[in-house]
Design a protein around this ligand. Structure first.
Ligand code: ZN
Length: 314
């Protein structure tokens, strides 16, 4: 897969798409301004980072011993309802979820996976010395152990080798078994797994095609295998699962500010997480790392502008 992954979604010339989107954005902004009563209702106001973090800490996250993050590249929220994903849907029913979490722009892989693990949008981050969930864990819980399993090559740069064990995988059953075996043996604090599907199938067969849904069903089986490994490792009751994505897609591509490309699912399930709860407040992909930190009982660095989703905790 070429880097960066960026594809024309509709076959419309880029300049035309730009002007259409610009006009739509101006119209939306004007509509918002027109209907605003108390402007604070339309803004996500947050207090200064240090004040906010301490307050959230005192409220007390669940501080689970283990977190398993599973990312499915190109899994748009629009494709959840029709998908045959019994494992994920059980986690949605018994956990907390958002089906309108927002990817950052452009809706391509690198800015989004890096924002997801680093708690801030690309424009606020420097190249290599910005804290990620991996550096946070290494610093604050050095004995905990972390692993990153990735399929798309550039994701290797999400963390240094000293911060986590790293393993290259494929979107196949053998790789799912490899991850499962690692969890059984090492029982790390954080296991992050990023499959490169259904993105590949979206590009070759179309987002929302039979093949796209087919690969989603297959990925659900991999998630089930990983969940089973957590059970066999004897750490199920102290583990939280998080399943999400980097962007969605339409037709044969993604890269634009279109709802089906922008909206991603977020599913959080496990001990201490509210059951059957649907997040009503806006969720950014930048909120995932602070939420992971809170789940693992880590202090959130002030560089992270994403907010921990404290409402998902019991
Ligand atoms: Zn792609």
């Amino acid at each position: 897969m070429a880097y960066p992954k960026q594809h024309s979604p509709l076959g419309i010339p880029g300049t035309a798409v730009f002007y259409i989107l610009l006009a739509a954005s101006l119209f939306a902004a004007a509509s918002l301004a027109a209907c605003a009563g108390d402007p604070r209702e339309n803004l996500r106001l947050v207090s200064a980072p240090e004040e906010r973090d301490l307050r959230e800490f005192r409220r007390g996250g669940p501080a689970a011993q283990h977190l398993v993050f599973i990312g499915l590249d190109g899994w748009g929220a629009a494709y959840v309802p029709r998908a045959k994903m019994p494992t994920v849907k059980r986690m949605i029913a018994q956990g907390s979820s958002a089906m309108n979490a927002r990817a950052v722009l452009p809706t391509v892989s690198w800015p989004n996976w890096s924002s997801l693990f680093s708690g801030a949008p690309p424009e606020l981050r420097t190249a290599k010395d910005f804290p990620s969930i991996f550096t946070l864990l290494k610093k604050q819980k050095p004995g905990g152990g972390a692993a990153l399993f990735y399929e798309w090559g550039p994701l290797e740069d999400l963390c240094g080798g000293e911060e986590a064990d790293k393993g290259r995988i494929l979107s196949n059953e053998e790789s799912a078994r490899k991850v499962a075996a690692y969890i059984r043996e090492k029982k790390p604090s954080l296991t992050a797994v990023v499959f490169n599907e259904p993105d590949g199938t979206g590009h070759s067969k179309r987002w929302g095609s039979r093949a796209y849904y087919g690969v989603l069903a297959e990925l659900d089986g991999f998630i089930a295998a990983i969940e089973e490994a957590v059970r066999e490792a004897g750490i199920y009751d102290s583990t939280v699962f998080m399943v999400s994505s980097d962007h969605g897609g339409t037709f044969w591509g993604h890269g634009y500010n279109i709802r089906k490309q922008r909206e991603i699912p977020l599913v959080v399930y496990g001990g201490g997480i509210r059951e059957g709860y649907v997040l009503s407040s806006p969720v950014s992909i930048c909120d995932l790392a602070p939420t992971m930190a809170l789940i693992l009982g880590l202090e959130i660095p002030r560089e992270w502008t994403g907010r921990p989703l404290t409402e998902i905790f019991k």
